[in-house]
Write a protein that binds this ligand. Structure first.
Ligand code: PLP
Length: 389
């Protein structure tokens, strides 16, 4: 009889945890930078890869780091995972290891990702292309031209656009290209890109995986072969996270499912309340039945996440006035923490874009992006209502 795979909540608590001879119920924190061996022969076994073992923390060969990575892999249903010092570090290693034939970025991505792709990787001779969802008919032409990696976020920031992961994986694979999905907004609780056909998943673990706005980290998950190809890049870029951060992230992951499910529920309540509000022109939330691509979201997501964007009836100044009147939501970029945050994309994530480029991407000054935390939904709704009054 094959054993049933434990559920996601069980894996959040138990996957990857090391059995500790002193009885600790979870992996101890090994802060050491290096590990000692009983003999030179034993050291060479690990150095030459004949035996697994701890060696040097920057290599990631540290029990606290490896234990976290086993948990991260398990949560995305991956064979293997690597942890990084930030989400951008994970993306940099991903692009350098698997994007050298050319990278196609679909839709809106995090501003740092766009800058890395548009301004920095081309300096190394890596060609990059950008297609909005309205331009997807150009994808096959670029793939036929040899671009080897398709990269996307879904839902996107800040308009929560949904891309069909299974369909795009099929298109990439027909041309021998890989599909990598930034799953930061959804988290593995709401969306499992590898099960839908993606080859690699990347996270800013700074967001939902960390969940408390108190750590910076990244993660990359995929098949053993694809992740092995990234290992040397991380090792020599030096972007392995500190063991202290790994232990804190593993602590956070044990409560990931309960946090994200509560955030899903509260975000839906906030979205529904805002959709009824006379001063709110639009609510962008994949969980609302009228939302474009709601059907795709309902098919590929098991929850709709804690992120939504409202567009108030007015202009940029109106949006700023509403944000400045919020008392419970803090005015801050970032997302995914226990505390609710509000930000106008024109003042933070998309501040660097021209007016024309923002319009092309459907981003207006009256938009306010909300990251719904773990406060009571009724209190969050009351705060928005008093700010809009
Ligand atoms: C969707 C997404 N991906 C990647 C990143 C980069 O992550 P980090 O700040 O951990 O480097 C961010 C940061 O805001 C993000 O929102």
């Amino acid at each position: 009889m094959t054993e049933k795979k434990p559920g996601l909540s069980t894996r959040c608590v138990h996957a990857g945890e090391l059995k500790d001879p002193n009885g600790s119920p979870h992996t101890p924190l090994y802060t050491t930078t290096t590990f000692a061996f009983p003999s030179t022969a034993a050291l060479l076994d690990v150095v030459d890869g004949r035996k697994p073992g701890s060696l040097y923390t920057r290599y990631g060969l540290n029990p606290t780091v490896r234990s976290l990575e086993a948990k991260l892999a398990s949560l995305e249903g991956a064979e293997s995972a690597l942890a990084f010092s930030s989400g951008m570090a994970a993306e940099t290693a991903l692009f350098l290891a698997h994007g050298r034939a050319g990278i196609i970025c679909l839709g809106d991505a995090y501003g740092g990702t766009l800058e890395l792709l548009a301004a920095q990787l081309p300096l190394l001779g890596i060609r990059t292309a950008f297609l909005l969802s309205s331009e997807l008919e150009r994808l096959d032409g670029l793939l036929a031209d040899g671009y080897g990696l398709v990269f996307l976020e879904t839902p996107t920031n800040p308009v929560l656009e949904i891309f069909d992961i299974a369909a795009l994986a099929g298109r990439a694979h027909r041309h021998g290209a890989l599909l990598a999905v930034d799953n930061t907004f959804a988290s593995p609780v709401n969306q499992q890109p590898l099960a839908l056909g993606a080859d690699l998943v990347v996270h800013s673990a700074t967001k939902y995986l960390g969940g408390h706005s108190d750590l910076t980290a990244g993660a990359l998950m995929g098949s053993g072969a694809l992740i092995d190809a990234v290992f040397g890049w991380r090792k020599n870029l030096g972007t392995t996270p500190a063991p202290e951060v790994c232990a804190l992230l593993a602590r956070s992951l044990r409560t990931l499912v309960v946090r994200v499910r509560q955030q899903n529920s509260s975000a839906l309540q906030v979205a529904e309340a805002m959709a009824r509000h006379p001063w709110v022109r639009r609510v962008l939330y994949p969980g609302l039945p009228g939302f474009p691509n709601h059907a795709v979201a309902a098919r590929q997501m098991s929850g709709f996440g804690g992120m939504l964007t409202i567009e108030v009836d007015g202009d940029t100044a109106t949006g700023t006035a509403v944000v400045d009147r919020l008392r419970l939501f803090a005015i801050a970029p970032s997302l995914g923490g226990v505390e609710s945050l509000a930000t106008q994309p024109v003042t933070t994530t998309h501040h660097g874009l021209t007016e024309a480029e923002r319009a092309r991407r459907g981003i207006s000054g009256a938009m306010i992006r909300l990251s719904v935390g773990l406060e009571d939904a009724a209190d969050l709704i009351a705060d928005l209502e008093q700010a809009l009054a």
